[in-house]
Ligand binder design. Structure first.
Ligand SMILES: [Zn+2]
Ligand SMILES: [Zn+2]
Length: 143
């Protein structure tokens, strides 16, 4: 369940956005667009768009470090990014799943996801998101 798969880039279907909308309220969520874990067989630095394996909808990351999709209030509970596995098209050939194993690797990947979102977010929101995320990851990583 805590898995995301690569899908080819395309515009987000507005229906795929979790309830509450994308950054219209207090909580900030970003489309989950980042590179594969560093041990992935593809060894690619290209950002990928990830979709929830269970339901096929786009994955999003919250400033709490949770990954969720539009069904998170019903069929698809959110999950902490540390517990998430990723499979790009290359990894799918051998049906292998990879995780971001260290916090520093994850920060690296997430900084890209935040960069991608910078065009759509005010500086305030970017700073708030990054701050919350770092705090939450540090708090939750070892628990
Ligand atoms: Zn990969
Ligand atoms: Zn889902």
């Amino acid at each position: 369940m805590a898995d995301s798969r690569q899908q080819n880039p395309g515009p987000y279907d507005p229906c795929s956005v979790p309830k509450g909308g994308l950054n219209q309220q207090e909580r900030i969520i970003l489309p989950l667009k980042f590179i594969c874990p560093s041990d992935c067989v593809c060894q690619s630095k290209v950002e990928r768009i990830w979709h929830h394996k269970k339901c096929g909808n786009p994955s999003f990351i919250t400033d709490y470090g949770d990954i969720l999709c539009k069904n998170h209030l019903t069929d698809c509970p959110g999950y902490f990014i540390k517990d998430a596995s990723f499979q790009c098209n290359k990894a799918a050939e051998s049906n292998t799943w990879y995780q971001h194993k260290s916090m520093s690797q994850l920060f690296d990947a997430l900084s890209k996801a935040i960069q991608v979102a910078e065009n759509d977010l005010s500086d305030d929101k970017v700073i708030q998101f990054s701050k919350n995320l770092i705090n939450q990851l540090q708090t939750r990583w070892y628990t």
